[in-house]
Design a protein around this ligand. Structure first.
Ligand code: BG6
Length: 486
C-alpha cells in the first residue's frame, strides 16, 4: 500500500530557480491535488532576492500556469499557493541568514501545527552546495525532534575527489539515511520498469547473460543543443552531464543481479557491484565528439562553438560513445555500448539487447533465409514501450524468413505517465531511498570514468542532426557490431 507523507515543511534552496519553476512546484502541486499531501504542509522557498510571500505566490502561480501538467482552475491554483507557499531570503548566506531560515521554519510549524519534520531540497548550482550544507548544519537544521531529510540535485561532484569531499561534508552533519541524491532518470516510470521487466518475467531473466546475449546498447539521444546552459555545460561536457549519472543508472539496472529483497539497500548494493565490476575503459573504447552546425528536424542549427557562452576554442565533448566490459560471471565477454549526445537526429532513450544467433543455421540452404538474431528494444522515452524482433516463416511455398515484432506501447494501455519528479518527491516524503543514489554508488561511478577526465581523449566533430561521428560506428565495428537503427 502507498505510504502517505507525514505533515512536514518542504524547504527549497534555489526557490526562485528554473528547477523549482518547471519541476518542483508542478510536482508538489500535483501531489497536493491527488490528496497525497495533507493540509499540514508548507513550502518555504529560500533564495537570494528580497521578496514578500505575496510576490512569491504571484511568481509561483505563473509557473504553475505555464508548467503544471494538469491545468487546475486558476482559483484552485491560487488557493493552494496562498495556503502553502512562503518565501524567505537567504541574503548573504551567513550564519544570521541561516538562523533566520531556522526561525521561519519554526514559526511555520507552529502556525500549521506541524511536528519538526523537514525536507531541505538543494536546487542550487553545485558551487554553493558546500556552503549551504554547512550553513544548515551549523545552525542545527540537520537534526530535529521529528525527521530531517536533505535532497541534493545533480551534478554530484565533478570528479572522484570532489564527490568524495562532498560526501564527507554531508556525513559531517547528516547520516546517509537522511540524504537523497537525485538522478531524475530513476524517477521515470520506464526506468523503474526495467526491474519489473527483468525480475517479474523469468522468460527474459533466464536469458539475461553471456550465454544468450551478444551485446547491449544504451543510447540517450537529444535533439536540443546546449541552449542557455553553456556556463555550466562547457565546464562539464557529456561525460559528466549524462554518462556518469543517467547512463550509468541505466547500465546498472540492466546488468545487476537480482537483489535479496525489494529494499533500497539491497537494490543499491547490487547496482554498486555492477559499477565495481566494470573493467577499466580502454583507450580504443571511447569516442568524444562535439557537434558542428547542421540540420535538426528540418531546422538549421549552429555548431557548439557558435553557441552563446561557449569558449571559442572549447574542446568540451557533447557526444560520448563507450565500450564497457563487465568482468563478472554473468557478463564476461559481452560488450556494453553506451552513447549519448546533444543535437543528434532524434530524442530517444533506448536500450537494445542483442541476443545470439542460433548455434546452427538450419535454414541456410534456402534462399532468403538469413537469420537475424533476436533483438529486444526497450524504449524508455518517448513512445515508451518495447519491441521484440523474432523470425517467422513467410507464408507460401518454399522456405523464406522474415523478422516480425512483438510490441508493447505504454500509450495503448496507460493514459499518462507521471512526471518523474512527482515520484521522487513522494519517495523523499515517505522515506524511500530506493530511487536515490547512495554515497558509495556515486563514488564508484566517478572512479570508473575518472581516467577519461584528464583531457587525454581527443575530441572529434559530428554534424548536428546525425547519430554522431563515424568513430562511434568504428568503435562497434572493432567487434563486428553496429548500432541498432533508431
Ligand atoms: C539533465 C542534463 O540531467 O538531463 C541535461 O543536465 C539533459 O543536459 C537532461 O538535457 C535530459 O533529461 P531528459 O529527462 O530530458 O532525458
Amino acid at each position: 500500500m502507498l505510504k502517505s507523507p507525514d505533515p512536514h515543511v518542504f524547504i527549497v534552496f534555489g526557490g526562485t530557480g528554473d528547477l523549482m519553476r518547471r519541476k518542483l512546484l508542478p510536482a508538489l502541486h500535483s501531489l497536493a491535488r491527488q490528496g497525497e499531501i495533507g493540509k499540514r504542509f508548507k513550502v518555504l522557498a529560500v533564495a537570494r532576492d528580497e521578496m514578500t510571500d505575496s510576490a512569491y505566490r504571484d511568481w509561483a502561480l505563473k509557473a504553475l500556469e505555464e508548467f503544471a501538467c494538469e491545468v487546475a482552475g486558476s482559483d484552485e491554483n491560487s488557493t493552494w499557493c496562498n495556503s502553502c507557499l512562503h518565501y524567505q531570503t537567504i541574503g548573504k548566506a551567513d550564519q544570521a541568514a541561516f538562523e533566520a531560515v531556522r526561525d521561519r521554519i519554526v514559526a511555520l510549524e507552529k502556525e500549521a501545527d506541524i511536528p519538526e519534520n523537514r525536507i531541505f531540497y538543494l536546487a542550487l548550482p553545485p558551487s554553493v552546495f558546500p556552503g549551504t550544507i554547512s550553513g544548515l548544519g551549523e545552525v542545527g537544521l540537520n537534526l530535529s525532534e521529528g525527521w530531517t531529510r536533505l535532497v541534493v540535485e545533480k551534478p554530484f561532484g565533478r570528479d572522484l575527489h570532489s564527490a568524495h569531499e562532498l560526501n564527507s561534508l554531508l556525513h559531517t552533519y547528516y547520516d546517509e539515511k537522511q540524504v537523497y541524491r537525485i538522478d531524475h532518470y530513476l524517477g521515470k516510470e520506464t526506468v523503474q520498469n526495467l526491474l519489473v521487466f527483468r525480475f517479474a518475467n523469468p522468460i527474459f531473466e533466464n536469458l539475461w547473460n553471456r550465454v544468450h546475449i551478444s551485446s547491449v546498447q544504451i543510447s540517450v539521444g537529444e535533439t536540443v543543443g546546449v541552449g542557455s546552459r553553456a556556463g555550466y555545460y562547457d565546464r562539464a561536457g557529456a561525460l559528466r552531464d549524462m554518462v556518469q549519472n543517467h547512463l550509468s543508472q541505466l547500465l546498472t539496472l540492466i546488468a545487476m543481479e537480482a537483489p535479496s529483497a525489494f529494499s533500497a539497500d539491497a537494490i543499491r548494493d547490487e547496482k554498486v557491484k555492477v559499477l565495481q565490476s566494470v573493467a577499466p575503459i580502454k583507450s580504443n573504447g571511447v569516442v568524444f565528439a562535439q557537434y558542428a552546425d547542421g540540420n535538426v528536424g528540418g531546422e538549421a542549427v549552429p555548431g557548439y562553438l557558435q553557441e552563446d557562452g561557449v569558449a571559442p576554442n572549447s574542446s568540451t565533448e557533447t557526444f560520448v560513445a563507450l565500450r564497457l566490459e563487465i568482468a563478472n560471471w554473468r557478463w564476461q565477454g559481452v560488450p556494453f555500448y553506451l552513447r549519448t549526445g546533444k543535437r543528434l537526429k532524434k530524442r530517444l532513450t533506448q536500450v537494445v539487447i542483442n541476443f545470439k544467433k542460433p548455434p546452427v543455421s538450419l535454414f541456410e540452404p534456402f534462399d532468403d533465409c538469413n537469420i537475424n538474431a533476436n533483438r529486444l528494444a526497450l524504449t524508455l522515452q518517448p513512445d515508451e514501450g518495447f519491441d521484440l524482433g523474432f523470425e517467422v516463416k513467410r507464408p507460401g511455398q518454399g522456405m523464406s524468413l522474415k523478422t516480425e515484432s512483438l510490441k508493447f506501447q505504454y500509450a495503448d494501455e496507460f493514459s499518462q505517465l507521471p512526471d518523474g519528479y512527482e515520484t521522487l518527491l513522494h519517495d523523499v516524503m515517505t522515506s524511500d531511498q530506493t530511487l536515490f543514489v547512495r554515497a558509495d554508488e556515486v563514488e564508484s561511478s566517478w572512479r570508473l570514468y575518472e581516467p577519461l577526465l584528464s583531457g587525454s581523449v581527443g575530441v572529434t566533430n559530428y554534424e548536428a542532426g546525425t547519430w554522431g561521428p563515424q568513430e562511434a560506428d568504428r568503435l562497434l565495428a572493432q567487434n563486428g557490431d553496429w548500432w541498432a537503427k533508431l
